[in-house]
Design a protein around this ligand. Sequence first.
Ligand code: HPA
Ligand code: ZN
Length: 333
Amino acid sequence: MNRNELIRALPKAELHVHIEGTFEPELMFAIAQRNQIDIPYKSVEEVKQAYNFHNLQSFLDIYYAGANVLVHEQDFYDLAWAYFEKCAEDNVVHTEMFFDPQTHTDRGIEFVTVINGLQRACDDAQEKLGISSKLIMCFLRHLSEEAAFQTLEQALPYKDQIIGVGLDSSEVGHPPAKFERVFAKAREAGFLVVAHAGEEGPAEYVWEALDLLKVNRIDHGVRSEEDPKLMQRLIAEKMPLTVCPLSNLKLCVVDDMAQHNIHRLLKQGVHVTVNSDDPSYFGGYMNDNFFAIAEALDLNNDELKQLAKNSFDASFISDEEKQKWNNQIDALV
Ligand code: HPA
Ligand code: ZN
């Protein structure tokens, strides 16, 4: 088996994917048309030309605009189902998907519409594709603490369908500390917690996510490398980082994939995983992320297997399920 064949054959878990970021232009056009909503593009080519981001904010502006065409439960179902089909192609057997309720509720879409559409796709994915999944609800950090509290309140009736809460959107200027009280309440209510930190923001934000939000995983976290004490802590606590290589390249967090630090982090013993973040916008799904780092950083088969094992180990599935996937990975030659 050559390297790319191994990547395809490895069972993998995805732990950092925004469902709104899987919205492919073709589906966006189809849903815009059936909902009779105008989008500022004439063709799929025009949409792709608009995807020339140079930082997180220039991406987020386009990402939120795209999500505006999602109105009905079926729209959310179709969005998630299309992503599950990509998972099946890439041998992603388990996924923990982010969704941004505020992006929809702020436009007058009911929380229940979003959750019902996503949940039905998750149920079908299990039944028809054998893919397991969990939902993580993210607070938009550019909005207020008060708005996050309201969103948490809205989520409580659906507590059984949402494994955890996260924190996304514009990082710099919106440190984890802003959401310390909301996260405390979420943990009290029984949610697991994760947060984007150290993508564009400094290592200090990773400390805050650990100490103030008490996260179970750090999303991105690549800037942790700038702080040796933080690196020691991540290694000692086996704290997972959900790294998104193609995203980092597209948003200029790194200049060149050959300079990406995921290989250095792995070799130092940080619990890194590979993820696609917003695959429709950043040029590829799970396997494309693996292919890109394997090539640019010359990863060997043991390292690729370790990354796949890390993805299950850092996930919110049971220990028995973790063991099962671990054994399957070990059995691959
Ligand atoms: N960072 C912050 N917010 C986001 C991202 C991201 O990579 N993707 C979608 N929302
Ligand atoms: Zn993200």
